[in-house]
Design a protein around this ligand. Structure first.
Ligand code: TRP
Length: 340
């Protein structure tokens, strides 16, 4: 069998390896996304050629019953990305469904992937248990294959994702090895770059999520931020202001650290809390100012962008063009390797 040389295809330059990542357009992004995943995406732009996709086909794997919001959610997500510093000039930003090769490659990968590999991905059964039997579909089972196609269609070698995505990446690597073993060395094995988990918990101490109503989104107004921060749960043992508190179990204190309070400020807050000279309300007011300062410029920028949906569509169109220019030749290489 002819072995194809993967250097034959124009992919990442030697000096700048390629990064791929995606987010499903399923709801508004919050401050945890900014300090976690998106912060990484922005930083990676300096060192890598980055390809970032609004993975709308992936949104269909769980949300196929209610599809009317998908398009607009994708547009809004792009506004959030750009407002946070993802640069549509330097990076390729596009909608997955605008590049048909994603679906095409996923079909090819389906030919060589044993069902058992997909069935044993932990998120598969876990998500069905959590979200229900409407996920008993072929598409949902194939989710990690579509994700694999996303990445290898660009011969990306680095994939910034959260810890929860590691089983998917492991499967991607196995599928790549199988493909290369069967048809020749076409695809490089992608490697995860683990984004720091969003350590910010929601106002109530649970995982932050728009659907729990405990999140500060990138669109939150100053009033909303004040309201949310003032509702934060602190040390439950500290009932009156002159009870000493325990910052180490206080969500407000964790936020203060993650939102960039200086070492001196952190020491002051710590001592104020444990000696009961700083009350929870004052501490929260101080935190609210920090959150507002962080969100304010992002919100302004995203509002500006949202006022001009044609510009957002143009970003996605240009991104799709650049994405297809890479995906087309790689797809041709894959179909040739598979004897088509
Ligand atoms: N599965 C990822 C998530 O839920 C989203 C995703 C789809 C992705 N395709 C990808 C991430 C490719 C990285 C690379 O977060």
């Amino acid at each position: 069998m002819a072995r194809l040389d993967c250097r034959a295809v124009p992919t990442a330059t030697a000096t700048r390896p390629r990064v791929f990542s995606g987010m499903r357009p399923t709801g508004q992004l919050h401050i945890g996304h900014f300090l976690g995943a998106l912060g990484n995406w922005v930083r990676l732009q300096d060192e890598y050629e980055c390809v970032y996709s609004v993975v709308d086909l992936h949104a269909l794997t769980t949300g196929y019953e209610d599809v009317k919001g998908i398009h607009d959610a994708g547009l809004e997500m792009v506004a959030d990305w750009v407002a946070c510093g993802v640069d549509p000039e330097r990076s390729i930003i596009f909608r997955q469904s605008d590049v048909p090769q994603h679906a095409e490659l996923a079909v090819l990968l389906g030919m060589i992937t044993p069902l058992s590999w997909l069935e044993r991905v932990p998120t598969y059964k876990g998500q069905i248990d959590e979200l229900g039997d409407h996920l008993q579909t072929y598409g949902f089972l194939g989710y990690p294959l579509l994700q694999t196609a996303d990445i290898i269609l660009y011969k990306a070698t680095r994939v910034p994702v959260g810890q929860d995505q590691l089983p998917h990446l492991e499967l991607s690597r196995e599928v790549v090895r199988r493909f290369n073993h069967l048809y020749g060395d076409v695809f490089p094995e992608p490697e995860a770059i683990i984004s720091q988990a969003p350590l910010l918990l929601g106002m109530d101490g649970r995982k932050m999520s728009k659907s729990y109503g405990n999140a500060i989104t990138l669109a939150s107004s100053d009033d909303e931020i004040d309201r949310q921060v003032m509702s934060m749960v602190t040390d439950p043992q500290r009932i009156k202001k002159d009870d000493p508190g325990d910052p180490d179990i206080c969500n407000v204190f964790s936020w203060q650290k993650l939102l960039g309070a200086s070492d001196a400020e952190i020491t002051e807050i710590y001592e104020g809390c444990t000696s009961a000279t700083l009350g929870c309300v004052a501490d929260k007011r101080d935190l609210a100012e920090r959150v507002k300062a962080l969100i304010h410029p992002i919100r302004e920028k995203r509002e500006q962008l949202m006022e001009d949906p044609a510009r957002l569509e143009a970003i996605l169109e240009q991104g799709a063009e650049r994405a297809r220019a890479i995906a087309g030749p790689v797809m041709a290489e894959a179909t040739a390797a598979m004897g088509l």
